[in-house]
Design a protein around this ligand. Structure first.
Ligand code: SAH
Length: 213
């Protein structure tokens, strides 16, 4: 795949748009500027890859809006070397952004088709996340605890396993709600318990119960 000057120019415009919408972290904006989003979309969408839109990525799923990716990533406050668990690899774009920020990424996807599709692109960009075909409700206990956990699908509730696998002082960003819209929640694990705050309404595909063991 080619990352042309035209794509780079469109990406800069997208970054300006995200800044205007309230994204403040220069590290996150730099990461969005660095990762070619069009690599993660079907060729037919290449021209619109840098508009703030969601697109079909196969298996009835969608890549998140760039604003949503930036919003969730900013809230995670990624530091180099953080262990980050992502639920819902999808296209792999959010995974790539986390890798670009220097995180050690562990990402779980329950749709085989998408799990198979994203790896070549991440390889081409020289990112080396650990990818798992499995059920996000269970997390990835062998690699726990995680400094940060990001859920990129609408969860009906906060899965217990994910709370258990969050490190003390760790942050989890999770959209909660079963309908069309979800409320974004930030959970911080403190010695006294979980501190939770609500951060606005978003629209995600649902986090589904999986038959994968
Ligand atoms: N981060 C992705 C977002 C994709 S949409 C991107 O940037 O493209 C959400 C993804 O969550 C879908 O691919 C869907 O298949 C996946 N998903 C839904 N329920 C899941 C579950 N229980 N475990 C793991 N992944 C799940």
């Amino acid at each position: 795949m080619l990352d042309s000057y035209k794509h780079k120019g469109m990406r800069k415009q997208l970054v300006d748009e995200l800044r205007a919408k309230g994204i403040k972290s220069e590290a996150v904006l730099d990461a969005i500027n660095a990762v070619p989003r069009h690599f993660f979309l079907d060729k037919v969408f290449t021209e619109q890859a840098y508009s703030n839109m969601a697109f079909q990525i196969g298996a009835g799923q969608t890549i998140s809006h760039p604003y949503t990716v930036a919003f969730q990533t900013e809230l995670l406050e990624i530091k180099k070397g953080d262990k980050v668990l992502e639920i819902g690899t999808g296209s792999g774009f959010q995974t790539a952004i986390l890798c670009q920020l220097g995180a050690k990424v562990f990402s779980i996807e329950r749709q085989k088709e998408l799990f198979m599709k994203c790896k070549p692109m991440l390889d081409q960009l020289k990112f080396t996340p650990k990818l798992k075909f499995g059920d996000g409700y269970l997390g990835w206990p062998v690699f726990a605890p995680f400094d940060k956990i990001i859920i990129t699908c609408g969860a009906p509730y906060v899965p217990d396993a994910l709370v258990e696998q969050l490190a003390l002082g760790g942050r989890m960003i999770i959209p909660i709600g079963e309908g069309k819209n979800q409320e974004m929640h930030l959970l911080v694990k403190e010695t006294s318990g979980i501190k939770s705050s609500k951060l606005g309404v978003f629209s995600f595909v649902p986090m589904l119960k999986s038959t994968v063991k």
